[in-house]
Design a protein. Structure first.
Length: 288
């Protein structure tokens, strides 16, 4: 299937977060990613913590001098998701001189806020401690989150109680659903309530956007054209907060023709809008 056919198939799907459309979307891209990791070494299921979900995969190319480390935090509605669906993404960055790491994290209902963000912090700590093993610089780490993974990443990036002294070079946030929680948690979806809780008095402290002032980390934002509205407005709120912080608009992309599930699938295909933007963002961090 060629890229034009994929766009047509995506447009024919309803604007929905139903997992069946995640499966259907990934199936569209699978034929384009059969050789995504050729020439890439993959080290799989490395433990970065004690839980069975505390596992990550590392992708690198032998003989290269990596310019950065990228940690990918996948989505899954806070209750699911798995790094094994995104090995092509790790390979995409590895072939471009960046160590690619894909990670799993603990899931609701077993855990609740802020455990997902704490797991991101643990993965960052692992990457810093092991950077030299791969010839990389532990100060050049970028964390890339999609959907629920973007929410966990945003909490890590902006909440000082979670981040602690773990400085990273930048963050990439795509279609996160809960950077800014509503005042009334009873109107949120069950999976949001399961992770963030239902105590309205905690909304501000658990909203990543509340912690943007006082931070300095550079961030790139993106949403899909066919994202549901409730996944677009949190990104716009975060963009506004970053604009106020920096007195300029952050890198902000609308990924034309994409649904909620397709942007991370597209890396390594002829549709390089998101991948190209991410590479430019990372290179910009290195030259700043």
């Amino acid at each position: 299937m060629i890229q034009h056919d994929i766009r047509r198939a995506l447009a024919a799907m309803p604007v929905s977060l139903d997992p069946k459309f995640s499966v259907a979307t990934k199936q569209l891209y699978e034929p384009l990613l059969l050789h995504a990791n050729e020439g890439v070494t993959a080290e799989r299921d490395i433990a970065y913590g004690p839980h069975e979900r505390h596992k990550l995969d590392v992708f690198h190319v032998a003989g290269t001098n990596p310019s950065a480390i990228l940690i990918y935090v996948p989505g899954g509605g806070f209750t699911g998701g798995d790094k094994r669906s995104f090995g092509h993404l790790g390979g995409y960055f590895a072939r471009r001189g960046i160590i690619g790491i894909t990670m799993n994290y603990r899931l609701s209902p077993e855990i609740a806020w802020p455990a997902g963000a704490q797991d991101v912090a643990s993965a960052v700590a692992w990457a810093k401690a092991n950077a030299a093993t791969y010839g990389a610089d532990g100060s050049r780490i970028v964390v890339f989150g999609h959907s629920a993974g973007a929410s966990h990443t945003a909490t890590f990036l902006f909440d000082p109680e979670i981040r602690g002294d773990l400085a990273v070079a930048g963050g990439i946030l795509v279609s996160g659903p809960a950077y800014a929680l509503p005042p009334d948690m009873s109107i949120t979806a069950p999976n949001i309530q399961a992770y963030f809780g239902t105590d309205d008095s905690q909304v501000k402290s658990r909203s990543a956007v509340s912690h943007v002032p006082g931070t300095k980390v550079p961030v790139m934002l993106a949403v899909a054209e066919l994202d549901p509205g409730q996944l677009v407005t949190p990104t716009l709120a975060l963009a506004a907060a970053l604009t106020m912080r920096d007195n300029r608009c952050p890198p902000l992309y609308r990924l034309d023709g994409h649904n909620h599930f397709s942007p991370p699938c597209s890396l390594g295909t002829t549709d390089d809008e998101l991948g190209g933007a991410a590479i430019r963002f990372i290179k910009g961090l290195q030259s700043a």
